[in-house]
Design a protein. Structure first.
Length: 461
């Protein structure tokens, strides 16, 4: 009857009236019936059954799994070292650049003018230095010749013997003195002889005068010889001084140009270097061959010194980067450990192999010391060969421990109470607790070292 009613479209008021009428008619028939009500049977309670596991033999692996991303091995964030306004931006996102290429610069016309003037001043001072050096070279040659000449003159004067003339004239002087003495004696004796004629006495007198004249000449010659010897000695000393002066001049010229000229050139070079460094601070220069992966400026923008504005990376050399900060199991990792890499969004693609290249250093308290807080994993093959690009997500699996052909159970089969590990073994309809000793604990398998044998059935928790 109810089914017939519900087949017709009724309003909710009509439907309610129909249901009430039906119920009342049912109650009326029950009250008039002579038989008692039929009791409702109670349902049989369903006893839930717990799943069971069979102790099996196989491999148990303990591994760490985390997600990383393909990133450049080498990348560098660039910034200006001076504040200012961007004059020119020479690249855009994705531009391929070469080492030393100017990527952008700031408006610094005054600085460029100062640098041009300083370079001109440097060229002028360098020209003055070169001229002075050439003059010194020429003068040094002349001075060396003068030194050689002075040495020859000194040697020539030193080789002459002026004492010979002194000796010869000294002998002549002694002879003349003897001749005078002899002539004077003879003249005296002639005067004492009474019988000597006047003519004879005059002859002795003339001989005495002649001896005296000869003595005067000999004395003069001797004095001249002594004077010549003294003059020769003075000349030798003068030539020796000439040699010293010539040597001093050569030494002075060999020391080079005036230090003030050299200092002027050095000061000009320092000025140019300082301005070039300042100008370099207004430029972004590619540190290596690579590609622009981030640009945060445009021509005309105001920028602050040391604020990052661009990133250049070498996209030919890629690896996996992962931030494991806060991951407890990361302490079990070490550099050079092999890993397996799976494409996160391409589960069917063939896994790759890699090696942990870098781990951030940690203090004894577990704090990370390195500025680079990422874990870096080298790929087994070049990125282009295996088809990975920057920012590809990768699932990384690192095997920490492995046991082959051992007994194992799933983790949910093992119970713990007050530090005691046990399982519930099912023997037919009976259940009994058995203590177990476990070994390697993996994600879905736990090694059973003691307490169970292969084939036993264990009830889950």
């Amino acid at each position: 009857m109810i089914s017939r009613v519900f087949r017709r479209p009724l309003s909710w008021i009509a439907l309610l009236a129909t249901v009430i009428s039906t119920l009342m008619s049912g109650c009326s028939s029950t009250l008039t019936s002579t038989e008692g009500p039929t009791p409702t049977p109670l349902p049989t309670p369903v006893v839930p059954t717990k799943p069971t596991y069979t102790v099996q033999r196989g491999d148990v692996v303990r591994e760490i799994e985390f997600v990383g991303h393909i990133a450049p091995i080498v990348d560098q964030t660039l910034f200006f070292r001076m504040s200012g306004h961007v004059r020119q931006l020479n690249v855009k996102f994705g531009s391929v650049v070469t080492a030393g290429q100017v990527l952008a610069d700031l408006e610094m016309s005054d600085l460029e003018n100062q640098l041009a003037q300083s370079r001109t001043a440097l060229k002028t001072s360098e020209l003055q230095l070169a001229t002075a050096q050439q003059a010194i070279t020429d003068t040094l040659t002349e001075a060396q010749i003068a030194l050689d000449t002075a040495r020859l003159r000194f040697a020539q004067a030193a080789a002459e013997d002026a004492s010979a003339a002194v000796t010869i004239t000294q002998v002549s002087l002694i002879r003349a003195q003897g001749a005078v003495a002899d002539a004077a004696q003879e003249y005296k004796e002639a005067l004492e002889r009474s019988w000597e004629r006047e003519e004879g006495r005059k002859a002795y007198a003339r001989a005495l005068d002649e001896a005296r004249h000869n003595l005067t000449i000999a004395q003069a010659q001797y004095d001249q010889a002594v004077a010549n010897r003294n003059a020769h000695d003075y000349a030798v000393q003068i030539f020796a001084q000439d040699v010293k002066l010539a040597r001093l001049r050569v030494n002075k010229l060999e020391r080079g140009v005036d230090p003030q000229v050299v200092q002027a050139v050095e000061m000009a070079r320092l000025t140019v270097k300082r301005l070039e460094d300042q100008l370099a601070d207004t430029q972004l220069v590619a540190p290596f061959d690579g590609q622009v992966t981030s640009v945060g400026i445009a021509a005309g923008d105001a920028v602050e010194a040391f604020k990052p504005v661009m990133v250049v990376a070498d996209l030919q050399r890629l690896e996996v980067s992962a931030d494991l900060t806060g991951m407890a199991d990361a302490t079990y990792l070490s550099e050079s450990m092999p890993v397996v890499l799976e494409f996160y969004y391409q589960p069917g693609k063939e896994p790759l192999k890699g090696v942990i290249r870098h781990l951030p250093k940690q203090t004894a308290g577990g704090n990370v010391e390195d500025k680079d807080r990422t874990t870096r994993i080298s790929l087994e093959k070049p990125a282009a060969e295996i088809g990975v690009v920057q920012d590809n997500a990768m699932r990384v699996k690192v095997v920490l421990e492995r046991k082959d052909n051992v007994l194992w159970l799933p983790p949910q089969a093992i119970r713990t109470f007050e530090g005691r590990k046990f399982v519930v073994v099912q023997d037919g309809q009976a259940l009994r607790r058995v203590d177990v000793k476990v070994g390697v604990t993996g994600k879905d398998r736990v090694e059973i070292i003691e307490g169970l044998t292969e084939g036993q059935v264990v009830q889950a928790q």
